[in-house]
Design a protein around this ligand. Sequence first.
Ligand SMILES: Nc1ncnc2c1ncn2[C@@H]1O[C@H](COP(=O)(O)OP(=O)(O)OP(=O)(O)O)[C@@H](O)[C@H]1O
Ligand SMILES: [Mg+2]
Length: 253
Amino acid sequence: MTRVIVVASGKGGVGKTTIAANLAVALSMFGKRVAVLDADVVMANLEIILGLKNPPVALIDVLKGRLEISDVMYEGPEGVKIIPAGITLDGFNEENMEMLKAALREIPRDIEILVIDAPAGRDAAMVMDEGQEVIIVTTPQVSSVSDALKMKLLAERMGAVTIGAIMNMVEGKARELSVQEVENTLDTNVIAILPEDEVVKEALAYEEPFVLRYPYSEPTKEMMKLAAQLIGRNYSPPPASLLERIINFLRRR
Ligand SMILES: Nc1ncnc2c1ncn2[C@@H]1O[C@H](COP(=O)(O)OP(=O)(O)OP(=O)(O)O)[C@@H](O)[C@H]1O
Ligand SMILES: [Mg+2]
């Protein structure tokens, strides 16, 4: 059975899509067969991060019963299969929630891991189900963590299992919550800490995942480490050669 990892958050704009896309590519770099699904049918943007241009059909066509999930899977970087959301202004309702759950059962068997980019807020519950693993993304601010806690409880009520939290956009300022505080509040481990880093925005502008465009950056190291941990592998960041460091430096400018 395909392992399903949902990337969720309480607050919007904390980095779910960025993390889902890069985690999927990182897992694929370890040789896993991975698909990533954009479950945000209102504000879809996963495909942009992954450089997929104007997909003609998308998840929304599956939810409307017009296509099978395998018809809306596109080839992405490192062989990751992308399932774009498509656009609807209506969001999720009971009917398409059932269609989504049915569609998830039809994910081709050769896909080992499906990463789901969940919508922010309560719509996330629509995609969550028993047997899924959930990663909660939060920034190190009180309001973000308290909303993250609500999402964690919601996920667990839907029968999903929280496997940890990711702290994103960490600047190292004294006013920020510490790892310990986040872990205590959410009652789960912090499994990755991503700094606020220009490379994330740069990569977005180039419509390329940062794990590919900036292989020696701090966010990449964290994503690769997390991907390795999720599949029980070891990872030590590659020492960059002088030439690679120069190329990396020039690309960052
Ligand atoms: N670690 C980071 N450093 C710098 N910028 C970041 C970082 N993580 C995310 N961002 C930027 O923050 C913005 C929001 O990120 P993203 O779209 O991934 O969040 P989201 O949680 O999916 O948002 P939404 O709730 O709207 O779906 C993007 O412009 C992204 O490039
Ligand atoms: Mg998003």
